[in-house]
Design a protein around this ligand. Structure first.
Ligand SMILES: Nc1ncnc2c1ncn2[C@@H]1O[C@H](COP(=O)(O)OP(=O)(O)OP(=O)(O)O)[C@@H](O)[C@H]1O
Length: 251
């Protein structure tokens, strides 16, 4: 299935006690594409990411990864198949250092069997950790506690933890949340490098259009749990209906 999109959603839905949260979302994402999700608060963007990463069970429709149906696959199985995600709120341990986070992530990616424990003693992860520190420009903060990092550095570390597992489909949920204006450009550059230089497929929820216009190949507009529009940024921004009715609310 060389030509299958990396991700294909068909009529995907999630309802809670009969109330639809995500409704009939269909789309396909090609290898190496950067697709950004925008839309007002409560539009269902995070819920859609939860469906794709497996945190929420689909109540209708299907999810395919590389042409294989993963609709019912658990979170860990999806991660093994290459889906990685970050969360809107920080998912770090304040009392562990940056390097310790990456070592743990490397151990988790390598598995937790007896062989993994033996390998742990030999510190085989140093190269992997150093390379990730380098790639995410966190080398100078390797021994800093996560709790002492700036918001921008925390977001970088969350991305670094994700990259250790070498995912090919990355879901970033509002990676700029809480980050100071001065730190935004460096984070944007890092995300750009992760996408372009490493050829990964990226899905990202983001409220800041100025960030997305230089990054995203296509924008998906969500509203009331549905996919309202999906197009290249320039074409979408020129769509008066989308612009006036919905993008304004999202900014
Ligand atoms: N577990 C749940 N049970 C019931 N309702 C939920 C649950 N999770 C989310 N919702 C509701 O679903 C709607 C969509 O929420 P979601 O967080 O997906 O939106 P969003 O587009 O990511 O919003 P934001 O931009 O504010 O993060 C909201 O009204 C939310 O309250």
């Amino acid at each position: 299935m060389a030509d299958a999109p990396v991700l294909r959603l068909r009529g995907l839905g999630w309802a809670v006690r009969g109330v639809p949260i995500v409704e009939d979302v269909s789309l396909a994402v090609d290898e190496g594409e950067f697709l950004a999700f925008i839309g007002p608060n409560g539009a269902g963007k995070t819920s859609l990411f939860n469906l794709v990463s497996g945190l929420c069970p689909a109540t209708s429709g299907s999810i395919e990864l590389d042409g294989a149906d993963i609709t019912a696959a658990p979170v860990a199985a999806r991660a093994r198949r290459g889906i990685g995600r970050t969360f809107q709120t920080s998912s770090l341990w304040p009392g562990l250092t940056v390097a310790e986070h990456l070592r743990l992530a490397a151990q988790a990616a390598a598995g937790t069997g007896a062989r993994g424990l033996l390998r742990r003693r030999a510190e085989p992860y140093r190269e992997q950790v150093d390379a990730t520190l380098d790639r995410t420009r966190l080398g100078h903060r390797a021994e800093a506690l996560a709790g002492a990092l700036s918001h921008g550095e925390k977001r970088k570390l969350e991305l670094a933890v994700l990259l250790v597992g070498d995912p090919r489909l990355i879901l970033l949920d509002e990676p700029m949340a809480g980050v100071s204006a001065e730190e935004v450009p460096a984070l944007v550059e890092l995300i750009r490098a992760v996408h372009r230089d490493q050829g990964r497929t990226v899905l990202m929820v983001e409220h800041h259009m100025d960030v997305l216009l230089g990054l995203a190949d296509r924008l998906a507009v969500m509203h009331h749990g549905t996919l309202l529009a999906l197009d290249a940024p320039a074409r979408l921004m020129a769509d008066a209906t989308v612009q006036q009715a919905y993008l304004g609310e999202a900014l």
